[in-house]
Design a protein around this ligand. Structure first.
Ligand code: G6P
Ligand code: MG
Length: 218
């Protein structure tokens, strides 16, 4: 059978960790007297930890010392990790295991392509690590999405050409990164946000066996 490379983002694609990032960023913003809304949180999807804090500070018109910046980053991650520690398989988004199992059955190489430095811990918590042939996360890259670096490393590890890779992404920056990498981008979320993806599905329940077969064939 034809072999493609299937690359999955983590946060918002495999698990809904955006709510935990939000809680932790919100507490941090509050400590600095910055109002932080859910709409602003949307804009942090796919954005690295450092870039996220920079954005929050600029929205709140605050400048802080490098020392405080580092301290806040550490605190944010500690709080985030405390939420992750409680995660289990029930937090996997609908039909993600079905799609992963189908790809494994069809002997398709699978990689993670995430901006998160906590990706491995999360995959372990939800017991999905064994489904992946390769894992590329925030520890492996120097350039954040929309730079395609994370997906290009994944393609290399899967031994696939970029044009033979398919990327599942929920963020604007991630879809852009996949497009720049010359991969097939599949947006998971709303068409109004992810209209630049080649295909958009609300979630994995909409991804049929026929569609998976088409992706592998073409
Ligand atoms: C993902 C999330 C972002 C998060 C980033 C870094 O892309 O969508 O909200 O900021 O990962 O995550 P980390 O776990 O390293 O703080
Ligand atoms: Mg994401």
């Amino acid at each position: 059978m034809n072999k493609k490379g299937f690359i999955f983002d983590l946060d918002g694609v495999i698990v809904d960790t955006a709510k935990y990032h939000f809680l932790a960023w919100q507490r941090l913003a509050k400590s600095l007297d910055i109002d932080f809304t859910e709409e602003e949180n949307e804009q942090l999807k796919g954005v690295s930890r450092v870039k996220s804090l920079e954005k929050i500070l600029s929205w709140g018109n605050k400048t802080i010392s490098q020392e405080l910046f580092n301290e806040l980053m550490g605190k944010k991650n500690e709080e985030y990790l405390s939420y992750i520690a409680e995660m289990d398989e029930t937090e996997i988004l609908p039909d993600v295991p079905r799609v992963l199992d189908s790809l494994i059955e069809k002997e398709q190489p699978i990689s993670l392509g995430s901006a998160s430095k906590n990706a491995r811990v999360i995959l372990e918590r939800v017991d999905l690590k064994k489904h992946f042939d390769a894992i590329v996360d925030g520890n492996d890259v120097s350039k954040a999405k929309p730079d395609p670096e994370v997906f290009l490393i994944a393609a290399k590890l899967l031994n696939r050409k970029p044009e033979d890779c398919i990327v599942f992404e929920d963020s604007v920056a991630g879809v852009e990164a996949a497009n720049v990498a010359n991969m097939i981008s599949i947006g998971i979320g709303s068409e109004s946000v992810l209209g630049h993806a080649k295909y958009v599905f609300k979630d994995f329940t909409e991804i049929s066996e026929e569609f998976i077969n088409e992706l592998i064939k073409n």
